[in-house]
Design a protein around this ligand. Structure first.
Ligand code: ZN
Length: 212
């Protein structure tokens, strides 16, 4: 599926095909084929942004993963928004639908996926658990603009967390079944938390991540 908005997505102030003019960010609507099967919710139910990275090489691969139908309901796993390395922002799931992006917190959260290689393609290799790809400036700027936009749309949005803080499940390492590695590590140590927290105005959720 191709974007429906012409022009540079990073230009502030351009219109997009869903919202009115004068928005600070351009969002390309590319709904996943199963969005109508995702549970509806009121926007008032949303109080949390969860930051992810795709742990995949590029946006096209992330889209392919998002389109996979892996649940009995005929839906799959994805974030609501994807932010590419160049700052392009895409919406795969509308805010008023529950996306499957984090255990236990889906009903009241928005998932934002940043395209980043992460541990790909050896997610669970115990020798490859260091995430080294930086998040480019354009990507972080677009993320901040997106969060600022969401704060204007979602009246109860107050918190932000990394996926790694909400899901601490361990899995057997792919190279050595006697060892365990984290199932989720995103967005990882390269994510500029201090800068994002200063700019976004949301409270970072801390506390013990859930372990299964
Ligand atoms: Zn994640």
């Amino acid at each position: 599926m191709r974007g429906s908005v012409a022009g540079g997505p990073r230009f502030h102030g351009i219109s997009c095909n869903t919202f009115r003019m004068e928005l600070p960010i351009a969002i390309r609507d590319q709904p996943l084929p199963y969005v109508e099967r995702l549970e509806r919710r009121p926007l008032q139910a949303i109080d949390l942004v969860v930051i992810h990275c795709t742990e995949l090489p590029d946006l096209a691969t992330a889209r392919a993963y998002g389109e996979r139908r892996v649940h009995p309901s005929g839906t799959g796993n994805s974030g609501h928004y994807y932010v590419d390395r160049d700052g392009t922002v895409l919406r795969y799931v509308p805010d008023d639908r529950v996306a499957h992006h984090v255990r236990d917190c889906n009903e009241h959260s928005i998932g934002i996926e940043l395209v980043n290689t992460g541990r790909w393609p050896d997610w669970f290799d115990s020798r490859r658990q260091v995430m080294t790809e930086p998040y480019p400036e354009a990507q972080i700027e677009a993320l901040l603009a997106l969060v600022a936009h969401l704060r204007t749309m979602l009246p109860n949005l107050c918190s932000i967390a990394g996926h790694e803080e909400l899901d601490a499940a361990m899995v057997a390492a792919s190279d050595d079944a006697t060892r365990q590695v984290r199932r989720k590590l995103d967005p990882g140590p390269m994510f500029p938390w201090a800068r994002v927290l200063t700019a976004c105005g949301l409270h970072r959720l801390t506390g013990s991540p859930r372990s299964l």
